[in-house]
Structures are given as C-alpha cells and as structure tokens.
Design a protein around this ligand. Structure first.
Ligand code: GDP
Ligand code: ZN
Length: 303
C-alpha cells in the first residue's frame, strides 16, 4: 500500500453485516459495509475508509476475487460462502462410514475453483482402515491428489496437514462427525484468533452467531470455518462442468471419437474403454455419471 492509495483489508470474520478485518499492518479491526450492494465474505480483500470519530472501518468495495465457493440459496440465487481459496481440505474417516461420492463432489468443486485438494483421513488412531477406504485413498494418490492420515485426538500427523496449508487459505469440508471441528481446534493458533467485533452503538452483532471465521495458522496459512458450510457438498449446476472436475475422465475424453462425448453410450468413447480395462476406477466413473445427471436435472429446473 503506497501513500495516497486506498487502504485494503482482509475479511476474517462475518457476523451478518458486521465484519472482522485484518488491517494492512496486521492489526485486527472491525468494519461495516457501505450500502446494501456488496456482501463481502471471509477471504475477501476489501477497500476501507475511516469513519470520523469511530473505530469502525467502512467497507466500500470488494477487490476482484480469484475464486469463490458458492451454493444456491432457497430462492435459487447464488450465495457466496467464501472467497480466494487456495485449498479445500476434504476430511473423511472410517466413522462415520465414508461416502466417496460426496468426496468426489467436493473434489469436483475444488477443481472448478482452481483450488488444491487435500484428502485428510482422520481418526487414524482407530486402527487399520477399511479395505474400501484404503482402495479409495490409493485411487486418489494415483490421480495426484495429496492425501494423508492423521488423528486430531492423538495429534498424529497434524504437522503434515499444517505443512500442506502453509501460506495458503483453506476451507475444511466433510460429512458431519468426521472431526472437522477437532482438526480446526488442534491446528489453529489459539493466541491469534480473531475476536468477535461488537458494535457499541447499536449492539448489532452482539448476539449474532458467527457466519464464518478465518483462523490463522502459525505458518502463515489460514483455515476458514463456516458452520453452515462444513458438511455442505456443492451442487454442480452446469452439466459441462461435471467432467472438468474429474481429471482422469477429462484427460481420457480428449481421445473420444466425438468432441462433445458425454462418456455414456457414445461409440468410440475412450473413457468407457478405460473403465472397462480398469484404467479409470469404476467408482470414480460412477461418481461422474451421478454428478452429470444431477447437474442436468438442476439445469433443466432453472431453464
Ligand atoms: P465434525 O462434525 O466434523 O466437526 O466432527 P467433530 O470434530 O465434532 O468430531 C466428531 C466426533 O469424532 C467427536 O466425538 C470427536 O471427539 C471425535 N473425533 C474427532 N477427531 C477424532 C480422532 O482423531 N480420533 C477419534 N477416535 N475420534 C475423533
Ligand atoms: Zn467419451
């Protein structure tokens, strides 16, 4: 930030229209949004102005986002949950039993956002993993996804997860009960956690629960925790996007006879051949088909 330029801040917490900020010098601040047109989320960089005689900042503008995690709300409008994510940590465990289709949905969303995927198998202290879990993890490794086994309870291998997140902003997702809160608690640097900004004048924000919060890690990384997002699996709304989220299917699809091949019943489909020969895991192909069909249903509903 040079002299005369508009100061910018990082959004580290949202409480309705009130936001927690990390200011240019690293200090924490609180802000409120100017007008009704913008809705910054955790991970956003925003332009700020001082307000005379107030400690609050006025947030005037959201700087362009690298990417955003979204979901359609009840009115069919897109709601942004977090912005500028470098990584998505997909947490799984043997208890509750993993749903690998949901994992593939998360990975697909991460691919579409251009965020790295880190598959984190938690509760490794429970002993040997199920064969189906071991097989799935081996499949992801073969596809080049980073995967690791850890235990939030016993602190095992948490440094591996922490290393993956150094200097990166990540969001933790996964089924309820897999240990996301436990992992976040073990990872985050308690001493530097942002505190809830409470407005003195209106009391707004006082009794509001946090929408989402960005927790700094000691190594310069950060984890965004958003209670409403934790076990939410993103919907893919554009059928063409389904294949973009499955890197091995996209790669094989380049060699299909038809350039618009959906890899279902078409002749000369390289993807189907690779599934038959075992080059593409049948489980992954099935996830692709389910996601494609659900995207087509969604697209039809909004047409
Ligand atoms: P979340 O719903 O994904 O946030 O999961 P929680 O962090 O609330 O954890 C769900 C349950 O799993 C709790 O009873 C935790 O104590 C337990 N749990 C979390 N991590 C581990 C772990 O590494 N090992 C074992 N054995 N249990 C864990
Ligand atoms: Zn094909």
């Amino acid at each position: 930030m040079g002299h005369g330029s508009t100061p910018t801040a990082l959004v580290t917490a949202t409480y309705g229209r009130r936001l927690g900020l990390r200011l240019p010098e690293g200090d924490q601040g609180a802000g409120r949004i100017k007008g009704r047109k913008i809705q910054p989320v955790c991970g956003d960089h925003v332009e700020i102005e001082t307000i005379p005689n107030e400690s609050d900042w006025l947030i005037t503008k959201i700087l362009p986002r690298k990417n955003q995690l979204t979901r359609p709300n009840q009115r069919g409008k897109v709601e942004v949950l977090a912005a500028n994510l470098d990584a998505m940590v997909v947490v799984v465990a043997d208890v509750p039993a993993p749903d690998w289709f949901i994992v593939d949905r998360y990975i697909c969303a991460a691919e579409l956002m251009g965020a790295a995927t880190v598959i984190t198998f938690n509760k490794a202290d429970l002993g040997e993993l199920r064969q189906s879990s071991a097989d799935a993890l081996a499949e992801y490794d073969a596809l080049g996804y980073r995967s690791l086994r850890c235990s939030a309870r016993e602190g095992m291998n948490l440094h591996l997860l922490s290393d993956c997140l150094a200097q990166r902003t990540a969001i933790l997702v996964g089924q309820s009960g897999v240990g996301k809160s436990s992992l976040i608690n073990s990872l985050s640097d308690q001493s530097t956690q942002p505190v809830a900004p409470v407005s003195r004048s209106s009391g707004e924000g006082k009794h509001k629960t946090v929408n989402s919060i960005m927790l700094p890690l000691a190594n310069g990384g950060a984890v965004i925790d958003s209670p409403g997002v934790r076990d939410y699996a993103p919907a893919i709304e554009e059928p063409r996007d389904a294949v973009r989220g499955f890197r091995e299917i996209r790669a094989a699809g380049i060699q299909c006879r038809f350039s618009d091949c959906r890899h279902l019943q078409e002749p000369g489909c390289r993807v189907k051949q690779d599934v038959a020969s075992g080059g593409i895991a049948a489980r992954r192909y099935e996830s692709y088909r389910r996601l494609l069909f659900s995207a087509e249903r969604l697209a039809e509903r909004f047409r």
